[in-house]
Design a protein around this ligand. Structure first.
Ligand code: AMP
Length: 404
């Protein structure tokens, strides 16, 4: 059985999935796992396609001290115990810089180029690249593909791509990149199947998870995003403030005497829902809390989604559909209901029963704007891109199937 390994590596965990390539060229998810607690309490956990656990084991801290070690633990387990030797590996890489509008086959030169973007995504890019390097060193003949969170947004119009700063800085790469692109790409494709007419129109997608952003999509292509140069901009998130006057950062540096690295940590880890509520970064906990600070944080989250929808609808010059996705978007009927109420001036009315049951289409039959809940699948997107770059389709039908 030919398989593809998908890797999504962060600072303290390596998530992985195995997809098998079926006879008709489609992909089937087989294994979903992660090594977490890297450098603290390492643990490998995995489940099969039906969610049944197939591994749960702890490792001594010195055995899994960093991301490369975690990658090797996962790879060894797959090979020695499940007899899985993938024909290719697809990686989630947060930043593709200005040049990558598509996934790319990795070689040493590509890794060196991608390493230049570490300063643009300091908390993600180094960890994304660590397993790439490990596999290159240990299995130099195993094809690897980098799939970027920025790629889906790379053909934005110049107006959406620029900040109003001297052009030289834009040329250096200070641009509005946008992120969560693999999620939006998946949603755009899925929407073509779920609601083809809406998908060919003007759609706003809200990716509401621990990281949160929104994207304006016209006929399947991204035209605007709430995120920009880094994944700090836009909506308030679990621990990131979202849109913030740069003057606040200057104040922290100059008046509070904070070091640059302290400010960086603060902006990525201590703001957003966590900072605002003083209780938690987790939406479930905030919803369950009776503390008024939790209620205020939720109000703020919803308010900013409303503001951003207005901005994105302006970029699209109208709105034909709205989609919720990611942890909060897929599971929280409360937040969806609150957002739809805020957007009622645009024409969104939910069916309370459909919303409560996380149905695929949750708008009322007389809603001017149809509203959908579509579970995202960034890993499948990565597996599809990897397959497309590594294995040529055998028939035109297979090529079409892959792109749907
Ligand atoms: P993600 O980063 O996409 O995994 O999303 C994580 C976020 O989704 C966390 O803030 C969770 O609290 C939130 N979440 C997951 N399930 C629910 C739920 N049933 N209700 C509210 N929030 C949820």
């Amino acid at each position: 059985m030919d398989t593809i390994l998908v890797v999504n590596a962060g600072s303290s965990s390596v998530k992985f999935q195995i997809f098998s390539i079926e006879g008709d060229g489609t992909l089937q998810r087989r294994i979903k796992g992660q090594v977490d607690g890297i450098g603290s309490r390492p643990r490998l956990r995995a489940s099969d396609r039906t969610g049944v656990p197939v591994a749960d084991r702890a490792y001594p801290i010195e055995a899994v001290a960093d991301v490369p070690a975690a990658m090797l633990v996962a790879g060894t387990w797959l090979r020695d115990e499940l007899n899985i030797n993938p024909i290719a590996v697809g990686h989630r890489v947060v930043h593709g810089g200005p040049d990558h509008a598509n996934p790319v086959l990795i070689d040493h030169g590509v890794v060196e180029r991608l390493a230049r973007y570490v300063s643009l995504a300091p908390l993600h890019q180094p960890h994304n690249l660590a397993p790439v390097r490990t596999i290159l060193a240990n299995f130099p003949d195993l094809p690897q593909v980098a799939c970027f969170d920025t790629a889906f947004h790379r053909d934005h119009d110049a107006l959406a791509d620029h900040y109003a700063i001297p052009r030289q800085l834009h040329a250096e790469g200070i641009r509005r990149y946008g992120f969560h692109g693999l999620s939006y790409e998946y949603i755009a494709r899925r929407l073509r199947q779920v609601a083809p007419k809406v998908a060919s129109g003007r759609v706003v997608v809200a990716h509401l998870g621990s990281g949160a952003s929104m994207c304006a999509i016209r006929d399947g292509r991204s035209v605007e995003s709430t995120m920009g140069f880094t994944a700090l901009d836009g909506l308030a998130m679990g621990t990131r403030a979202g849109q913030l006057d740069p003057g606040v950062v200057l104040y922290l540096l100059a008046e509070k005497g904070m070091a640059v690295s302290t400010v960086q940590d603060f902006l990525y880890r201590d703001c957003g829902m966590k900072g605002l509520s003083g209780i938690s970064n987790d939406m479930r906990e905030l919803q369950e809390s009776s503390d008024p600070r939790a209620a205020f944080a939720i109000d703020y989250f919803v308010y900013r989604i409303g503001l951003s929808t207005g901005m994105l609808a302006a970029a699209l010059q109208g709105l034909d559909g709205f989609v919720f996705t990611a942890g909060i978007g897929e599971n929280s009927a409360v937040i969806r209901g609150r957002v739809a109420d805020r957007l009622s001036w645009l024409g969104t009315t939910l069916d309370a029963g459909l919303n409560a049951s996380n149905a695929g289409k949750i708008s009322a039959s007389d809603s001017r704007i149809p509203v959908y809940v579509i579970p995202t699948d960034e890993e499948l997107m990565i597996a599809q891109h990897t397959l497309a770059l590594v294995v040529k389709p055998k028939t035109p039908a297979q090529a079409r199937e892959r792109m749907s």
